[in-house]
Design a protein around this ligand. Structure first.
Ligand code: ASP
Length: 351
């Protein structure tokens, strides 16, 4: 990792506030957290004014708890970034933590060839709370979104999550803790940056666009006909068939054990084969937080491969879901989707 001599004095940042704990306050009437006016967030973080950046904001109306996030919100975010792309050097998205890894994964696939940072952040404690983590998260996210190298190029032109002093690639993130400040982990890829006294960037793994002058492509067509089958001891044929062969499902992510293993029972494999024959796209992703699928190690994994199940490598479930929404939303049949799943499109898998 290197501490960069960053040039960012004249950067302009668009802060997009979608909701989440970071902007909530206790409503004494209902004794629950409710969102409050965005202008107060900037009042709560006067430190931001010390940067010489231009910071504009855009607030979602209505604000949402991220448990209510839908693919239509991702389309809204991508459309906004597309519209405002030339006007800003970077984008910071304030978002609830619960589904932040899904949203960051989705935006990574929906934006292709980014030349500017899109940084998600939020907090575990509301920004007005005395021990809030929101201030630090927001300040670091803004600084990273504004950071440029000596040539004036963004240092991190990727969709990322900045949380608890660590910057991780959005499509590698998983929320792992509901109350610790280190809410997100990227088990299969080291952080892209760490914020200490300096912000240290891991430039060896930060992805750069093939051209700095080409405009990114913004993809807004998503096909959400994807289900997730999480294996567990005691799972029944009924459950497996309902999920794998559901009439409205085009693809199923099978969350398998360990290195991609599943029960070897005949009824299970028959259900998988039936789904495959019906034209369902089946993707193997491990339930383990770290490591990869390898269907060549055990007989149970081999049978899945023979039944037509595709390898999800070391993908998170969040990223696999977003990648499938994106690939299914593009023109092309199952072969094109399978081909896309095999490829590392946005740094989401290591092969
Ligand atoms: N429920 C909140 C949300 O995801 C939690 C948070 O922001 O941390 O919107």
């Amino acid at each position: 990792m290197t501490a960069e001599n960053v040039r960012n004095d004249k950067s302009s940042i668009l802060l997009i506030y979608t909701g989440g704990t970071i902007g909530m306050k206790e409503d004494p009437e209902v004794q629950a957290l409710r969102p409050f006016d965005f202008s107060q967030i900037l009042e709560e973080v006067p430190e931001l004014k010390k940067f010489a950046y231009r910071i504009d904001s855009y607030t979602f109306n209505p604000l949402i708890d991220s448990s209510d996030v839908e693919p239509s919100h991702w389309v809204r975010l991508v459309s906004l970034i597309e519209e405002q792309y030339d006007a800003y050097d970077g984008f910071v998205i304030l978002h609830g933590t619960d589904t932040m890894a899904y949203s960051a994964s989705a935006l990574s696939f929906m934006t292709e060839g980014l030349t500017k940072p899109v940084i998600f952040t939020g907090s575990q404690l509301p920004i007005g709370a005395p021990r809030t983590d929101g201030k630090e998260n927001l300040i670091s996210a803004v600084e990273i979104a504004a950071a440029k190298d000596a040539e004036g190029h963004a240092i991190v032109p990727e969709v990322c999550i900045c949380f608890d002093n660590v910057l991780i690639r959005g499509n590698r993130a998983t929320k792992v803790n509901s109350d610790n400040f280190r809410a997100f982990r990227s088990e299969n890829l080291p952080p892209l940056a760490e914020a200490g006294i300096n912000i240290r960037y891991n430039r060896d793994i930060i992805r750069l666009p093939s051209s700095w002058s080409a405009r990114p492509k913004f993809h807004k067509a998503l096909d959400t006909r994807v289900s997730i089958l999480k294996l567990h001891p005691g799972i029944t044929l009924q459950t497996v068939r309902d999920i794998l062969c559901g009439p409205d499902t085009r693809a199923v992510i099978i969350e398998t054990y360990g290195a991609g293993n599943a029960p070897s029972k005949e009824w299970f494999l028959s259900a998988v084969k039936e789904a495959s024959v019906k034209g369902k796209i089946l993707l193997n992703v491990t339930q383990c937080r770290a490591g990869s699928v390898n269907m060549d190690i055990y007989a149970t994994g081999k049978s899945l491969k023979e039944a037509g199940v595709l390898n999800g490598y070391d993908s998170t479930t969040e990223s696999a879901l977003a990648k499938l929404f994106y690939l299914l939303g593009r023109e092309g049949g199952n072969a094109a989707v399978a081909n896309g799943l095999e490829m590392d499109l946005r740094g989401e898998i290591s092969k």
